[in-house]
Design a binder for this molecule. Structure first.
Ligand SMILES: O=c1ccn([C@@H]2O[C@H](COP(=O)(O)OP(=O)(O)O)[C@@H](O)[C@H]2O)c(=O)[nH]1
Length: 388
């Protein structure tokens, strides 16, 4: 009886030991490393901490997971107080210290790339902010390579976001050579980026334009009046609005008209003449839209924020009409929703020339990773610095 019970026990122990040995072996050739990328956008600063695993020295590392955190407002809002701006970076670095194991700190690179917010600032103000961030990085325990705090140009922003989305959706490794286009709408700038299908022209098509907040002020300013008022806003709306550290007095038109038609007319003045209509967008190419395209689609109820989804261009138009013609209903969610939805509709249709029936994939994350240029920028960075 006793023997009978002992044997299975021994077999179990051997089995566990073997498994442990196998695990140890696997551990030996697995290299784990991290990369920290800061996205200093016009509306917020975000930290992305990527964990990569290299199973085989000859193979490319794979992305294991991402830790993401965001703070508002963006770095450019601290244009007159760079020290306070530096504190927001310090705060986010605390998260990095908790996420990356201490023994890896010294070899984990930390990089910050600023987008439209800093691009639009006077040079001396932008430089003071970057200097402050550089100092915060230097005092951190992470690896600070040369050129690790810079302003990125819009074209790189477009291409790197394209790399991220095509990587996450598996298009970079597929044999079909088919890729997807991306639509990114930030606060300060917007990008549409895709690879044309033509065999002759193998260069990226990138268009850069006004971001959502920049478009808001262009729309308000386009009326040419001293008071920034618009028929895209609820009639009784009157508030001070701050963007990138500057405050504007903004209002609806109390005794005038408000609604979709008038709003479309106002927004069109901002779109007209500044947009290209690439031939490809009229075809069957697949486009992924994220950032504020995603946020506004959620706020207006077009898609579910936890899952994302696909919509047709005409759905944005239909929902923009509903929002603008029932402004009081949506006021509590976002008083600018009519203006933003109308800008998005105008940009897609009149600006880029999308058909009503074009399907857009709206996603904030793909495989639990943020759809942003930050991942693409991190790849590029590892390649350049030969870290793996
Ligand atoms: O990893 C990211 C980076 C950005 N965003 C969103 O993308 C928009 C980008 O705005 P940003 O201030 O960066 O605009 P920019 O300054 O680049 O024009 C905002 O809705 C952010 O919440 C996001 O969801 N995930």
């Amino acid at each position: 009886m006793r023997r009978g019970k002992t044997w299975p026990k021994i077999i179990l122990i051997i089995y566990i030991l073997k498994k442990k040995e196998k695990k140890e072996k696997r551990k030996c050739c697995c290299r784990v490393f991290y990369g920290i990328m800061f996205d200093a956008g016009s509306t917020g600063t975000r930290i992305h901490i990527y964990k990569f695993i290299q199973k085989d020295p000859v193979e490319l590392p794979v992305l294991d997971n991402e830790m993401y955190h965001a703070v508002k407002p963006g770095l450019s809002s601290y244009k007159d107080d760079p020290e306070e701006g530096g504190n927001t970076i310090r705060q986010l670095l605390r998260i990095a210290k908790k996420t990356v194991p201490e023994e890896d700190w010294r070899r984990t690179p930390v990089v910050l790339k600023a987008t439209a917010g800093l691009r639009l600032l006077p040079e001396d103000k932008a430089r003071a902010l970057l200097k402050e961030v550089q100092e915060v990085f230097e005092e951190s325990p992470f690896y600070v390579p040369g050129n690790s705090v810079t302003i990125m140009n819009g074209k790189n922003e477009g291409v790197l976001a394209w790399v991220t989305v095509n990587f996450l959706t598996g298009h970079l490794y597929s044999n079909t050579r088919r890729t997807v286009g991306i639509l990114d709408l930030g606060g300060g700038s917007t990008q549409i980026t895709f690879l044309p299908k033509s065999k002759v022209n193998k260069h990226f098509y990138i268009y850069l334009g006004n971001g959502l907040f920049a478009a808001r002020f262009a729309t308000l300013g386009a009326l040419g009046a001293d008071v920034f008022s618009s028929s895209c806003l609820p009639k009784k709306f009157r508030e001070n609005v701050t963007f990138s550290g500057t405050t504007y007095k903004v209002s609806g038109i109390p005794d005038g008209y408000a609604g979709y038609k008038l709003c479309y007319y106002e927004v069109m003045k901002v779109i007209k003449g500044i947009i290209h209509q690439p031939y490809e967008v009229r075809g069957s190419s697949i486009f992924y839209a994220f950032s504020y395209y995603f946020d506004r689609a959620v706020e207006s109820g077009l898609i579910d924020g936890s899952r994302g989804g696909t919509v047709e261009v005409r759905d944005f138009k239909k929902r923009a009409k509903e929002v603008c013609n029932k402004m009081t209903k949506y006021r509590a969610i976002n008083p600018f929703l009519c203006m933003d939805m109308t800008y998005i509709t105008c940009l897609l249709k009149e600006g880029f020339g999308f058909k009503d029936s074009t399907v857009l994939h709206l996603a904030k994350k793909v495989n639990n990773v943020e759809t942003s240029w930050a991942l693409g920028a991190t790849f590029d960075y590892f390649r350049n610095f030969n870290i793996h």
